[in-house]
Structure formats: structure tokens, C-alpha cells
Unconditional design. Structure first.
Length: 203
């Protein structure tokens, strides 16, 4: 079982967080909102989720949601992170560039599988609605991996650029969006060996 799946199981619980409470504030309120968002997502799917539906499930007004998140993509992304953790919780450091990159791609796939194809495709299709710091998470992990690999002599000088660090995540996002997209081991290995490593590798 993946670490994402274990987090998902340990965080399970069907109660509607905080329904009917009127004095929730701060972290308690945010926790209740994000739990409600996850429950509403599980109940209706990404295509049908609305800020009104999340607010109703949380027992509050949608203005409370909009003060924190400007649209459904941001609240669902926050709910996913609240539920499953962040990519930056454990940056791979195997001592080998190829294995580190594959570890990141497998974790991306674990997230997509944990939230389901409907939500994964929905978020991928609405990346324009997500803040820059959210879209910078995967490139930030790739940048850390490349910088360590450069110190080991595995990466050519000047290869740690924003466009390069965004490439693996963008290729996986493409697989989520196209019909019959594929996140199999063969696809992850192909992205790594046929595209990414030839661009960055020192030899």
C-alpha cells in the first residue's frame, strides 16, 4: 500500500465536520471546511461540486469559503493536500538522479489514483484557476533533485531552469488530460529515460 493510501485510510471518517456549529474559527474552521470539501467531492464528483454544496455540507455560508479560496479548484486542491499531505513532505534522495525522478513521478501517480481520475482530470483542466505557489510545488521538488544531482556531477551546468523543472509534471498532466492517457510504469520510465534525462544528464 502506498504512503498516500495509508494517509487516506488513516484520515477516513464519515461525519460532516462541524455541521451546525456557529463559532468555529481559525484552524478549527478551516479543518471543518476542508473535510466538508472532501466529503462533497466524494459524494458528487468533481464535475458537479460547487462552493454552495461545500458550504452547505460544512454548515456555513459560501462567503466563508470565498474568504479563503477564490474558486472550486483551489478549495479542492487544499482539501486534497489536507487529506493526503504535500509533495514536499518527503523529497526523494536516493543518491541517483534517475531513481529520484521516478520516485517523484510515482508519487504524482499515487496522488492521481488516490483522488480518482475524475478529480485528477478536473484539477488538471483547471490549473489556470490555481495560484502560482500550488503549480510550483512539483517543479520545486524536481529543482531540489536536480541541484543535488548537479553537485554529484550527474546534471549539466545550467540545466536547473524553471522550464526544465516544470517538464515532468507538465508531461504527466498531459497524460491526465488526453483521451486514454497512461500513467503506467512504462509511461513514467519513458518520460524519465527518453525525454527528461537526455535533456539534463551530464553524459
Amino acid at each position: 500500500m502506498s504512503s498516500v493510501a495509508r494517509k487516506q485510510e488513516s484520515g477516513s471518517g464519515g461525519e460532516q465536520a462541524g455541521r451546525g456549529r456557529s463559532r468555529r474559527r481559525g484552524a478549527v474552521l478551516e479543518d471543518a471546511l476542508l473535510r466538508a470539501a472532501w466529503e462533497e467531492l466524494s459524494a458528487v464528483g468533481y464535475a458537479k461540486i460547487t462552493m454552495d454544496g461545500v458550504a452547505a455540507r460544512a454548515g456555513t455560508h459560501k462567503s466563508v469559503l470565498y474568504r479563503r479560496w477564490p474558486n472550486r479548484a483551489t478549495v479542492i486542491q487544499a482539501a486534497v493536500r489536507h487529506r493526503l499531505g504535500s509533495f514536499t513532505d518527503d523529497v526523494p534522495d536516493t543518491g541517483n538522479l534517475r531513481e529520484d525522478v521516478l520516485s517523484v513521478l510515482r508519487r504524482f501517480r499515487d496522488y492521481a489514483e488516490a483522488i480518482g481520475p475524475d478529480t485528477a482530470r478536473g484539477l488538471a483542466s483547471e490549473t489556470a484557476d490555481l495560484p502560482a505557489e500550488v503549480l510550483a510545488v512539483t517543479p520545486g521538488v524536481i529543482a531540489a533533485i536536480l541541484e543535488r544531482a548537479a553537485r554529484r556531477g550527474e546534471v549539466r551546468a545550467g540545466r536547473v531552469t524553471p522550464r526544465i523543472t516544470a517538464l515532468p509534471g507538465n508531461l504527466l498532466r498531459y497524460e491526465l488530460l488526453v483521451p486514454h492517457g497512461d500513467l503506467s510504469d512504462a509511461t513514467l520510465t519513458g518520460i524519465t529515460d527518453e525525454i527528461f534525462l537526455p535533456i539534463v544528464a551530464a553524459s
